[in-house]
Design a protein around this ligand. Structure first.
Ligand SMILES: *Cc1c(COP(=O)(O)O)cnc(C)c1O
Length: 212
């Protein structure tokens, strides 16, 4: 099935409260243009350089979401246009986003990535550091923390995935003023939505398997 058909099916199936980030990493421009042609405007990338070159080549009403781990020295390249940065997990990174957002006279929306999986490969802030980071972020005028993001363990154990999403969902519900709960990928988005996600990040479900 094609990209257009996949998006159509998803848009029919997803509850209205859930926004869809089309994760286009590694995919060629023509695939993004096909999604764009179907009316899609929110794209997610996990490498700054790749996002910058796609931004330059594509229509300017696309909202670009950085979903990958970001190195501090790369923030400046995306600061002029990035819509939302999903994987913020340190004050050091937030301070750099503040600096570059100010330079560009922008307010950049960010999500704090919280560690919900026990896997060591997953980035994210330990749960017990969330309050302090949110407090510190509140003093940065050009950074707006709009919510939380998390990735469940890479496992077939659905109960484990559900429990990790539940944990993030309850953290989200216990903090006033957060609007976005970004959780759910192609393999686990249905569970994520059941557990309260209102932003899912789907790559292979839309564009097909990635070939690296
Ligand atoms: C690649 C990626 C996705 C999408 O993965 P799929 O399994 O292809 O849907 C979602 N979130 C993050 C952070 C990613 O890196």
């Amino acid at each position: 099935m094609g990209i257009k058909e996949n998006l159509l099916l998803l848009n029919n199936e997803l509850p209205k409260r859930v926004s869809l980030v089309a994760v286009s990493k590694t995919k060629p421009l023509k695939d993004l243009l096909e999604a764009y042609g179907a009316g899609h405007r929110i794209f997610g990338e996990n490498k700054v350089q790749e996002m910058v070159s796609k931004f330059e080549a594509l229509p300017k009403d696309i909202q670009w979401h950085m979903i990958g781990h970001v190195q501090t020295n790369k923030v400046k390249y995306m600061a002029p246009f990035v819509n939302t940065i999903h994987a913020v997990d340190s004050y050091k990174l937030l301070k750099e986003i503040q600096k570059q957002a100010l330079k560009n006279k922008r307010i950049i929306k960010c999500l704090i990535q919280v560690q919900i999986s026990q896997e060591e490969t997953k980035f994210g802030l330990p749960k017990d550091e969330l309050n302090l980071l949110l407090k510190n972020a509140s003093y940065l005028p050009n950074v707006k923390i709009i919510g939380l993001m998390g990735m469940a363990s890479f496992t077939l154990d659905k109960d484990k995935i559900r429990n990790e999403f539940k944990e993030l969902s309850s953290l989200f519900n216990n903090h006033n003023g957060l609007e976005i709960l970004s959780m759910g990928m192609s393999g686990d988005y249905l569970i994520a939505i059941e557990e309260g996600s209102n932003m899912i990040r789907l790559g292979s479900k839309i564009f097909g398997e990635r070939i690296y």
